[in-house]
Structures are given as C-alpha cells and as structure tokens.
Ligand binder design. Structure first.
Ligand code: WTA
Length: 655
C-alpha cells in the first residue's frame, strides 16, 4: 500500500467522463440498479439469467466464513452455456471466431458446432472413465478445443483445473497432485510468437511426477512428432472417432448448485499455490450477471473480445463461462499481439468488427510503447466499449486507450476483482457511471465493499487502508482446496466476518474506489500474481544458491518486475552465465512469467538481528530510491552493473 505515486495520481486526477446520452439510452444497466436490495437483485438474476433443472429454494446461507448460494437448485453449466442456446433456435449463431496465430487460420464456431464438439468429446472422455466427480487437469494453448474440453467436463460433472500453458512441469504436477487429477488433457505443441511450445513434452515430465494421472488426451495442433506413452496417452481425434455428437447421446449431468465446478490455483504468500474453489450455481450467476451489465452485452449484435488467456481466472469467467452463458459471439485468438506484427490485434478488431474489447493495462502499455500508428492502420470504429483488468491502470494508459483505441468516444470499464472473487466486484457500469481515469469507481450492484484501517474501522473519504468485502457474493470462493485453515487465516482472520482482499485502496469524496496494489508478499507482473516466496524457493533450489530474497520494482510496461538478490555458495562465482542459469532455473521450476528481470549477486542479504530479510530495503534498492543503512549491502557499483545488464535482457522473454 506504500504506493505514493498512486495516491498522488488520485489526488491530481480531476478528469471526468460522464456517460454520453447515446450510450446511456441503450445501456443494459439503469441508474436505479444500485437501489435494488441485494437479495432481490441476486434472486432475480439467479432465476432469470440461468436455466435450472430444479429451482433453488433458498438464495444464500452465510455461516462465516462459509457461504452457499442458490441452495437446493440443480443445473448444468454446459447446458446453460451451450444447449439452451441451440434449443432456443440460436444454433447458427457464432460462439467463437477463432483465429490461429499463423495468417489465414480462421474458424467460426457456431453454438450448434460447439454443442457437437462438446458432446463428441464428452463421449470420448467417458471411455476413459471420466464421470461426475472425476478431477481433470487441462494444459493447453488458446485453441477452440480448450473451451470444448472445459465444457465437456462440466457436461459430465467432472471438475477441472486449467493450468496456464506457460507453467512448468513442476507447477503442472503440483497442481494435478493437489487436486488428485486422474486425466490430463493437453496438446502436442502450442504456437506462440511463431515458435512451437512443447506442451506434451512438459506434460510428460509432469505426469512422471503425478502418478495419479492414469490417462492423457493429446490434441494434434502443430502436427510435429511427440512421444506417446502406450496405454496412457490417447490422440484426441482417435479417441473421439465414431463417437456420437447428438446432445441426447450425452445428457447434461444435473449438478447441485454447490457442487465443485473447478479449481484455479493462484499464488499466495507462501511457496505453495492455493487451489481456489469455485462451485456451480453461484459462480455461473455471478459471471453471467456481471458480464451482462459491465460489458453491456447485446448478444444479437455485439462481437466481444476478452484478450486474456483462458488459463487464468479472467479467461474462465470472461472468455468461457460468462459470455457463453449469455449467448455472446466472441473472438478467441491463439497468439501474441505482436505476431507477425504489432498491429495484429487491430487487424482482428477490424476483421470481425469487434465492439467490446477487454484487456490488461500491461498490454495497453505495450501498445503505447509501440506507438499509435499500428492502431491507426485499421478501422476501429466498431468499438463501443473498452475494459481493463489485472492491475491498477495508470491514468496515462487509460487516456491513451480511450483516445487511440476508443476514438475518444468509448467508455472504459476498469474492473477490480480476483481469482477468489470469481467475478468483477468493483467497476463502473457503462451508461451509468461517471468515469475517472485510474479509478475502478463503485462496487457492482449487490456487492458491498469498503476500506478499513488496521483496527477494522471504516476510513472516510480521502483515507487509505485495506480493501474489504462486507457480505458474501454468489461467485465467491468456497474455500482453499483441502486447506480450510489457510482459507480462514488468509481472508478472514484480519477482520471479523469481513473478507480481506490483500489490496490497498482509497475512497474519494464521491465514494469512488482507487486501488493501490497488493499489501502482502504477492507481486503483480503483467497482471499475473506471483509470490516472492515462490520465486525465492525456486532460486534456493539451485545447487549454487545459498540464499535468495525476492522483491519487485515498478516497470513501465509490466507494472512490476521481479528483482532477486542472491547469495551464492562459496564454491560458485557470480557471472553473466550464472545469472542466466538462475533465471532459467526459475522458469523451469515455475514458468517463464516468474523469471526475475534482474538478479543482483550479493555476498550477504540485509537482515534484522532476528534474521529476517529486510525486503523493504531491497525494494528501495530495486526502485533506485535513496537507502537508509546500506552497510550490509554489496558494492553498489556491482549492483548497478548487473541491474543494467538485466534491464537490457528484459522484454525478450516476457511470458
Ligand atoms: C489486482 C485477476 C487494480 C489486484 C482478475 C488483485 C487490480 C489481483 C485490478 C488479482 C484493477 C485486478 N485495479 N488492481 N482493475 N484487477 N487487480 O487473482 O491486486 O489474477 O488482488 O485476478 O490483481 O489477480 P488475479
């Protein structure tokens, strides 16, 4: 929360963008939406937005810190996201315009196509013994078969965990073991910036450390040769050969509202990622409702594009489940924004006439760095709404986004939420909210948020403190998988019966929220959560490392960049090669996103007398701030030199 820059920004930021009359007159959200009592709001959304096999009898139950929603209700997520649209006569409507990274690789998948694909694949999974309750791991790139795999699991009632394709074999096996996954779905390789990423190879390594996985399914994507383990590995296309694809051949399993839908692992303040538990009815209602109002979705005319990766919560909630539940037409893009050139995104917006674009500040800042000329080459006039998520958006980036992408006309929704919240919690509603660059503005209707001081008192306008959520919401996490103690300690021990988000925030005179970043040992790199301890553990795992301390510094593009201070064992010498070796080691243990941007070799780490590493001091070094007592630090000229080298390398290997 010690982010003086953010606080200054908030105090100086006077620009206001009231909704235009034109937008307001057609908006899904009406000003009165905030006046509705929260029970009435969620009761109505639950009944009307979802199709239930059996209606719920009770809206929610709150036995702090455990909530249940839509009690007694029975439903199926795949039915809500696919089948009911086909049954309603919208089978020909496009669900996904998919675009491969290579030029010309385009596929438009209608809701009827999606249903056939999901049913056929679900039937194939049944042959591997996947049924209600079978935990399934998914490790894929951004191909249409990824949502197909997720939906097939939900159709059968099999909970899934999707592991981002940039994660390492260790990260994959840790998660699969924690969830006790029995089946893994992957692909031969994925395309990324023109190179083939060897997913199956990594999956093989992971499976050798995850003995519970008895079968894998491998999608052929690049077509390059990969090793197949006889009896365990199955080609996707062979497994589903001859399987029926009509809905009746694989009916949607009726699930209890509170049945496990998926786990999403996320970094906390220890080395072990937390398996965040999301259940069926509340999650689906939460993501579909927020998607409808925040993105003002008109399913009949909008082309919606969330440019996140499905491997993160943003992709789960706002590429797959929310939009499909609402019958949206979405864009799904496999690759990076700069392949083959830096105008790739804008070419896509023009090609499909994208009307709503949702992305992260780090991506916006990359485009800013590349310059507006790439956007100017394309007709972006179809855009009518822009969104931002993942980290605080600085006003400069906000204004650039609006001017150069939004034609100085589109509202921008800056949406604050977390893996744990499942759905957006603090956000403007387009057509209703007066926007302020850099502020996520107000709690979503039916959500109660506040800012507390250390002792649990609500701070008034202008004051800074900790962001809290004061009552349960439908898509909230139901716990940390197999670890109730950690759940209670992490989120519910600081204040009584109030959710502690781990973010700093301020409220201004208009009661708008300004998010100020994490207050714990969690870093936010390009919108990805990485814990300092996780990276430290990965470093000390290397044979030459005696000790490591990890912190972050501000970075103009990625928001934060990881800085590691490393003390080598006396048998090893600091060198540029060693530095590269350590970075690669972290990539191998966690994934390329966790690679330190800078590594500073130091004979000793600054510690207190009790042996605690002084991270605050290290952060000052990383930020080039004046230091207090630096006697314990290495020769600062070495620090500068290594920092310089590390900066030169940066950007080449962002995940
Ligand atoms: C940060 C991503 C400021 C925040 C959906 C949160 C934000 C963490 C915003 C969750 C925003 C996300 N403004 N900060 N609009 N959105 N954050 O779990 O620190 O990957 O706690 O979920 O990202 O990251 P997660």
């Amino acid at each position: 929360m010690t982010e003086p820059h953010a606080i200054e920004t908030m105090l100086l930021e006077e620009r206001r963008y009231p909704p235009s009359e034109e937008f307001a007159s057609q908006a899904n959200a009406r000003p009165g939406i905030y006046d509705e009592p929260f029970e009435a709001f969620w009761e109505r959304e639950g009944r009307e937005r979802l199709t239930w096999f059996e209606p719920f009898s009770e809206l929610y139950e709150w036995k702090p810190p455990y909530a249940k929603w839509f009690l007694g209700g029975k439903l199926n997520v795949c039915f809500n996201c696919v089948d009911r649209h086909v049954e309603a006569g919208n089978g020909e409507k496009v669900a996904f315009h998919w675009e491969g990274e290579a030029a010309g690789e385009l596929r438009s998948i209608s809701y009827a196509d999606l249903q056939r694909d999901v049913v056929r694949f679900a039937n194939a999974l049944k042959k591997l013994g996947v049924r209600k309750g079978t935990p399934v791991a998914i490790y894929m790139g951004m191909v249409p078969e990824l949502p197909v795999a997720m939906l097939a699991c939900t159709r059968l009632g099999a909970p899934h965990t999707v592991i981002f394709g940039g994660f390492s074999a260790d990260s994959l096996s840790d998660r699969a073991n924690d969830m006790e996954c029995e089946v893994l779905i992957t692909q031969d390789e994925a395309w990324r910036r023109g190179t083939a990423v060897p997913l199956k190879k990594v999956a093989d390594e992971a499976m050798s450390a995850a003995p519970g996985i008895r079968a894998s399914v491998v999608l052929r994507r690049t077509g390059n040769d990969v090793a197949m383990h006889e009896g365990r590995d199955h080609w996707w296309h062979e497994l589903e050969e001859g399987e029926p694809d009509d809905a009746a051949s694989c009916p949607c399993e009726p699930m209890d509202s509170e049945d496990l839908l998926f786990l999403m692992y996320t970094s906390g303040t220890t080395a072990k990622p937390k398996g965040i538990v999301h259940t069926t009815g509340g999650y689906l209602c939460g993501v579909a409702t927020t998607h409808n109002y925040i993105f003002d979705l008109k399913p009949e005319s909008d082309v919606y594009w969330c440019a996140a990766d499905i491997g993160w919560i943003t992709g789960h909630s706002y590429i797959v489940y929310g939009p499909l539940c609402n019958g949206a037409t979405s864009v799904l893009y496999e690759g990076t924004p700069d392949f083959p050139d830096k105008d790739r995104w804008w070419e896509i917006v023009e090609r499909y006439g994208v009307t709503i674009l949702y992305t992260a500040p780090t991506a916006i800042r990359s485009h800013m760095k590349w310059g507006p000329e790439y956007a100017q080459k394309h007709d972006l006039s179809s855009l009518r709404l822009l969104g931002s998520v993942g980290e605080p958006i600085n006003p400069e980036a906000w204004i650039w986004y609006r001017e150069h992408i939004g034609g100085d006309r589109t509202p921008i929704v800056d949406t604050w939420w977390q893996t744990e919240t499942g759905m957006v919690m603090i956000t403007p509603l387009p057509g209703v909210t007066t926007l302020k660059p850099g502020s996520a503005t107000k709690p979503f209707p039916g959500v109660s948020a506040g800012v507390f001081d250390e002792r649990g008192n609500e701070v008034g306008p202008g004051g800074g403190g900790y962001l809290v959520l004061k009552r349960p919401w439908p898509a909230m996490l139901r716990g940390i998988f197999k670890d109730p103690k950690r759940y209670e300690e992490t989120y519910w021990s600081k204040y009584e019966n109030v959710y502690f988000a781990g973010d700093g925030a301020r409220i201004d005179r208009d009661e708008d929220f300004w998010l100020l970043g994490r207050v714990d040992d969690v870093m936010n790199v390009s919108g990805h959560r990485i814990s300092t301890i996780e990276v430290e553990s990965a470093l000390v795992d290397h044979q030459d490392v005696a000790e490591a301390a990890v912190t972050s510094r501000k970075d103009a593009t990625t928001g934060e960049a990881i800085v590691a201070y490393v003390t080598l064992k006396s048998s090893a010498e600091p060198s540029v090669e060693k530095l590269q070796e350590l970075r690669d080691h972290v990539a191998k243990k966690i994934g390329p996103i966790a690679k330190p941007a800078n590594i500073v070799f130091t004979p000793e780490l600054p510690k207190t007398r009790s042996g605690k590493i002084m991270r605050r001091l290290l952060r000052d070094v990383a930020e080039n701030r004046p230091l207090g007592d630096t006697t314990t630090l290495a020769d600062p000229t070495v620090v500068n030199e290594i920092q310089q080298r590390a900066e030169d390398e940066q950007g080449a290997d962002e995940a």
